[in-house]
Write a protein that binds this ligand. Structure first.
Ligand code: SF4
Length: 377
């Protein structure tokens, strides 16, 4: 880890001059204005606002009733975000860090624990009780396993330095996974949520990181744990959801009012390629639905697309077209990634058994430019 210092109140890295230049990039600033506002201390991370909203719920109520209270509180959170005078009222609570005991975030935690008992965090919808030693497709019981957590300097320039928490296990079985040692094998260790929260609070107070980046494997099966960490945290730091986006509608609801920047991997432009290469059903239907939802919440996004060799026609172009047609692009950046190389079992699949060529990547970039997408690198 190299030297970190600040420019305009935002941590920057001397090894990544692009992390400095991006602070003056008009396209980045306009798409991610809330994100940069939090970094400059002019705005609040959503999870802190969620914590400041008192909700009178009964933990024993059924999930439908709890979600009714939850949804009303999320509507209030969205109103607070768009109404300066209302925000000032809640700001007093946030600044004091004396949050009501029963608040929107604690309600999200209660709901996450209830979902865990009949797990449907993602669209596999396994409906098994993970608190009672039952495993679903992701291979996890109750506990979250952290494979590593560190200050990552290899992410998009907007994001570095990023405090990245890599969970072990995944609900996808991508045959070309570059993190297969943590996504497809059991690894890592259980780290108490308060310990992770303390680490984040300290790193933020020392101005060492720009965000907290939940990734894996996949963060979705660990949603209950992530909310628990947020309950212990106090730092005003953006929350980044770095995911395959195969969340259920209930998980999408729980994430509404927590995530500051969505960092989804949009891999395939159809359901056939996903079934063959990631062993997952209804991919395009679920992932496009969740992108639309996150965009409709009014949140900011950096959509990642890893270009696969021989998949321009079936995946890259349909995804870019879909983004253009279906999202409000004023809050969306797109990262067209060139770093594909055949890893894990990719050699067994002739179409993806080689690296991406430069011309394939340039073709993808050229097409995205003709659509007028806001690209990052
Ligand atoms: S997180 Fe998804 S894959 Fe894992 S048990 Fe729950 S529904 Fe199944």
């Amino acid at each position: 880890m190299g030297l970190i210092w600040e420019k305009n109140g935002v941590p920057v890295l001397h090894e990544r001059p692009d992390s400095i230049f991006i602070l003056e990039d008009k396209d980045a600033i306009s798409a991610l204005s809330n994100y940069f506002g939090i970094l400059r201390g002019e705005k609040w991370a959503k999870y802190l606002i969620a914590k400041s909203i008192q909700v009178d719920y009964n933990e024993k109520s059924d999930v439908v009733d709890l979600f009714k209270k939850h949804d009303m509180a999320v509507n209030l959170l969205r109103k607070i975000l768009s109404d300066e005078s209302l925000l000032r009222e809640y700001e007093k609570v946030i600044k004091s860090r004396k949050f009501p005991i029963k608040n929107l975030l604690s309600l999200k935690y209660i709901l996450a624990l209830r979902i865990l008992e009949e797990c449907r965090f993602c669209e596999w919808n396994c409906r098994i009780n993970r608190t009672n030693k039952q495993k679903g497709v992701c291979g996890l019981y109750n506990d979250a396993y952290i494979a590593s957590m560190f200050i990552h300097i290899g992410e998009e320039p907007e994001l570095v330095p990023s405090f990245t928490i890599f969970f072990s296990h995944c609900n996808f079985k991508c045959v070309f996974c570059q993190n297969w040692d943590i996504s497809q094998m059991h690894s890592g260790r259980v780290v108490p949520a308060d310990m992770v929260a303390r680490e984040i609070d300290v790193l933020t107070s020392k101005r060492r990181i720009r965000n907290v980046n939940w990734v894996g494997g996949e963060p979705t099966p660990n949603l209950h744990y992530i909310i628990k960490v947020l309950l212990y945290m106090n730092a005003n730091i953006p929350i980044v959801w770095n995911s395959n986006m195969y969340m259920s509608l209930e998980s999408m609801k729980l994430l509404n009012g927590i995530v500051d920047v969505w960092l989804p991997d949009f891999k395939y432009g159809n359901n056939k390629c996903s079934e063959r290469l990631s062993k997952v059903k209804r991919y395009f239907d679920v992932i496009s639905r969740n992108h639309k939802l996150a965009n409709a919440y009014g949140d900011e996004m950096i959509i990642r697309h890893l270009v696969l060799p021989n998949h321009l026609e079936c995946c890259t172009i349909p995804i870019l077209d879909w983004i253009k047609k279906n999202l409000d692009l004023s809050r969306v950046r797109v990262n067209i990634m060139a770093q594909y190389h055949p890893d894990y079992k990719a050699k067994e699949f002739p179409d993806i058994s080689r690296s991406l060529t430069r011309s394939e990547w340039l073709e993808a970039i050229k097409y995205a430019r003709t659509l007028g997408l806001n690209l990052t690198v």
